[in-house]
Each structure stands twice: as C-alpha cells, then as structure tokens.
Design a protein around this ligand. Structure first.
Ligand code: SF4
Length: 327
C-alpha cells in the first residue's frame, strides 16, 4: 500500500528507481541511489560513470532499461488505485490526476474515485474520465468490497500515511473526528446536504481514538470536523464523550515514543515505506546531535542491531490525492 500526493511523473520516477535498485540487488550502492534516480530521469551518462562496483554490462543494461521505461511511460502497475477528489475549483488537476493514474493500473485493476468534488459533480467527472465516482460518505458496508462488512466511514484514520509525504502535515499532532454528521438545515448554497444528506446526531469517537493511541501514538489535539454540532439534541453527551477521551480541564499530555511505535509497526508489516522513512529520520536526527566519531559508531551499532521482520504481505494498492497548489 502506498499513499502519494504530488506530480504523477515524480511518482513514476520514484517507483521505477526503487524497482531498479531492488533488481540491482547491491545494497552497498545505496548512497548512489540519488544518482541512479537522476539518470533514469535524464539519461545523462556522467551520473553513473565512476561508481565503484556498478559499471559492468548487466548493471548498465538494467538501468538503461529503466530509463527507457520512464521515457515511454511504462510505469509500475497497481491492483487498486483510490483517488480522493477535493474542491471543484481544482478541476483540471483532479481530472488530469484521474486520467494520469490509468498509466499505473494493471489490466484487471480498479480505479476508485470519491471525495468532495466526486460527490458534488459525479456526472461531469464521469464525462471527463469514464470512471463513475463513488458519491457521499462510505457509511454502509460493501460499497468498495462487496463481501466486506466494515463501515469505512467509522474506521480510524491511517496516520502512517503522514510519514509518506515530503512535508510535515500541519495538523499531524491531532486526532481527526466527527461527533455528528450532516446538518439539519438545507441552505441552498451549501454542499453539506449533498455530501452528508443524513443528519447523525451522535458519533462516538472514544473507540477510534483508543485505536489511534494504540497503533500510532497519542495525539495532543482534537480536531472535530462537524458541520453543525449545535443542532444535536445529544450535545451534552458529545461533550461528555470529548471529556472521556481526555480533553477535559487540567488534562496533561505526554508525547509518545515515536521510535517504539515506528519499530512496532514495521514488525507488524504496517506501511513499511512510511516507517522505514520515519526510523531513518529519527536516526539521522539523533546522529546530527553527535560529533562525527560518535555518529559513525552510532550508525555501525544501528546497522549491526537486530533487524525487523514484517509479518504480512499486503495487496499492491495506492491512494492518491491530486496535487494542487497552495495546500
Ligand atoms: S452546514 Fe451551515 S451552511 Fe450548510 S446547511 Fe448547515 S447551517 Fe446551512
């Protein structure tokens, strides 16, 4: 599983570079990865000249093959691609993303399109992409996988994807939740009655937050995304629920051990790409606070320590957020 936000061409380059490096099978060349990636992008032979242990016939043939794949848009393929659409004013980026994602799909794969714009103007999206979007919230079982009984809208968010982006998400230290859904009013200018037509006056959040604590670590803030919480006649119960989750007067917060969480999730086979990045980031931060000698010894210790063993292999799917300027 992979989450991506950005240019699809950059995604293709990353995927091809990673696949090339995996096929090369020589981890001692890891520090040259940026040069291999740039060669696949540009084809400049000076980038791969004089790399010790690389310039033999089969390695050169292999990287040239990946360079050709990048040029001819022969990209790695996925079983399922799920695309979240956002605002209708990002129309061109959204349509280009959906159509561009088709180059990453296996012949028998599925592209799923949902989200705000898809729910507001599904016919227009279909006309431009030939893909019929999923509209509204995923609040009934079986919308995506017919035999799956999960209600996707009630599942806890996957915070591991925040470690897959190149930037720090501004609200990464918050739980995201709804204590109500929809709205009792139907203001003609508002999208809420279309996006969430049924008003739910109480959505419990305690279990969701507990799951997040156990799997991703405790968050400092609670970010509620309700449209009209004041319309609920269970307002008192909502406030009690918020307090029960720890957001009460004089509450204290101890940041979780991010290293332990990342290592535990790696061992459980959860989003390896994200947690490898996370752990490397923690190692680099730790080493940056040491002198050169200690940093060198630290890295030797890290390399010789017990490595993780993932428990499961998951289907090849990716989730895509169209890249829009200013966000
Ligand atoms: S969310 Fe606000 S603007 Fe939208 S329908 Fe409800 S009251 Fe009206």
């Amino acid at each position: 599983m992979r989450f991506f936000k950005g240019s699809l061409r950059e995604l293709a380059l990353n995927l091809l570079s990673e696949e090339f490096f995996s096929q090369l099978g020589d981890k001692s060349l890891a520090k040259f990865f940026p040069r291999f990636r740039e060669y696949i992008k540009t084809g400049k032979s000076s980038l791969i000249e004089n790399i010790p242990g690389f310039c033999n016939f089969s390695s050169e043939f292999l990287i040239q093959d990946f360079r050709k794949r990048f040029r001819t848009q022969d990209y790695p393929k996925f079983d399922i691609i799920a695309i979240t659409t956002l605002f209708t004013f990002c129309w061109h980026e959204t349509i280009d993303t959906i159509n561009g994602a088709k180059s990453f799909l296996k012949p028998d794969g599925r592209i799923l399109v949902g989200g705000v714009a898809a729910s507001l103007v599904p016919d227009e999206i279909f006309r431009e992409t030939q893909i019929r979007p999923i509209t509204g919230t995923l609040s009934t079982p079986g919308v995506i996988d017919r035999d799956n009984t999960d209600i996707i809208d009630s599942l806890p968010q996957d915070y591991s994807i925040l470690d897959e982006t190149e930037y720090i998400y501004p609200s990464h230290d918050a739980y995201f939740a709804y204590t109500t859904r929809g709205c009792i009013r139907h203001c003609p200018f508002c999208a809420v009655p279309i996006l969430e037509p049924e008003y739910k006056k109480f959505c419990g959040i305690h279990e969701q937050l507990k799951y997040i604590d156990e799997h991703y670590g405790m968050r400092k803030d609670l970010l509620l995304m309700d449209n009209n919480v004041l319309a609920s006649d269970m307002f008192d119960e909502i406030i009690d629920e918020i307090k029960r989750c720890g957001f009460a007067k004089n509450a204290s917060y101890i940041p979780p051990d991010e290293y332990e969480i990342a290592l535990g999730n790696l061992r459980d086979g959860l989003n390896q790409r994200a947690y490898v990045r996370k752990i490397i980031g923690i190692y680099d931060l730790t080493a940056s606070r040491m002198n050169d000698k200690d940093a060198g010894e630290f890295y030797i210790c890290v390399r010789s320590s017990d490595s993780f063993t993932p428990k499961q292999h998951r289907p090849n799917r990716f989730f895509l957020l169209p890249h829009t300027s200013g966000r």
